[in-house]
Design a protein around this ligand. Structure first.
Ligand SMILES: [Zn+2]
Length: 299
């Protein structure tokens, strides 16, 4: 396989001035440079990113971005490939390198792009919760440790193809809050970053699958309370927390809009609400931005 460093312009990319790219003269005569574009075009810490590669005669595409493997799938168009990826809320800002290797029938291309990661300016707030959630006792610490082990096992496995179809939908009919990425000080001590989106859902509000997938976790946990996690494939999961009731089982396939349970106030909470999180390969992404991403033409 031979490598090229190519700028990938394409009409799709033209308006996206924030995507800086390296340009090196192709050394392989006759090879078409793949066009690479990102949506949203301005990449912020915590942002989900739909990466589109346009190239014909492709047999395989691989990629890597900020230490995470990009897994591509074929789009509706014969010459387009996608990866639904993202930048962790705690990712450092500044330039990042996006590497994409395209294997074609006759040759291979390595596309390297410099993608600037912009800060997203998240707020800081102070909260009061029950003391046990800030300084858990020895019994709780043991429970938390075993739950962490279980969660690590659950999130290490994901379907080898996308299980989602079309755009993601909000999991509840309730007012969302601008709470993703907020730096939280609990009882004046513990600082944590809020890695999900809170919906003001009264106890008993039906919580639904934001997209199709497989339920990989449906059980009570110390911090999360009654929690349901759905695998949407290729490392992408959504999590619904603090439920008053769980209506699905681990291993169950769900379609968009299927009821997962009812909202509530279990786990570390200050009152009833739904905490909805989006996780991709261990990175926590802004659910509001995933909901805004139009995926209807993708698959
Ligand atoms: Zn929350």
């Amino acid at each position: 396989m031979r490598f090229l460093n190519l700028h990938a312009p394409g009409q799709w990319l033209a308006p996206f001035l924030c995507v800086l790219a390296l340009w090196l003269t192709p050394t392989l005569a006759g090879s078409q440079s793949p066009a690479v574009s990102l949506n949203p075009a301005v990449v912020e810490a915590g942002s989900p990113e739909l990466i589109r590669v346009e190239a014909s005669g492709v047999t395989k595409i691989e990629g890597e971005w900020m230490g995470r493997k990009l897994e591509f799938f074929r789009g509706h168009g014969r010459a387009e490939w996608f990866a639904l990826a993202g930048v962790d809320v705690e990712a450092p800002t500044g330039l990042s390198i996006l590497k994409i290797t395209v294997e074609e029938d006759t040759a291979g291309n390595l596309v390297q792009m410099q993608i600037p990661i912009h800060p997203a300016h998240y707020r800081t707030e102070s909260l009061s919760v029950a003391p046990g959630f800030v300084s858990p006792g020895p019994k709780a610490l043991k429970q938390i440790a075993s739950e962490n082990e279980f969660k690590a096992k659950v999130f290490a496995v994901s379907a080898p193809q996308p299980l989602w179809a079309a755009s993601f939908r909000a999991p509840v009919t309730a007012q969302p809050t601008d709470s993703f990425g907020v730096r939280r000080i609990f009882n004046g001590k513990l600082a944590s970053i809020h890695k999900g989106m809170d919906f003001r859902a009264a106890k008993g509000t039906p919580v639904r699958a934001g997209n199709s997938g497989v339920v990989v976790l449906a059980r009570p946990l110390y911090y999360e309370g009654n929690c349901v996690a759905i695998d949407h494939g290729l490392g992408l999961f959504t999590l619904s927390m603090h439920l008053s009731r769980i209506d699905v089982q681990e291993g169950q396939r769900v379609a968009t809009g299927d009821r997962l349970g009812l909202s509530g106030a279990t786990g570390r909470v200050t009152g009833p609400h739904l905490h909805w999180a989006v996780r991709w390969q261990g990175a926590y992404l802004d659910p509001a931005k995933l909901l805004r991403l139009d995926l209807s033409a993708v698959r």
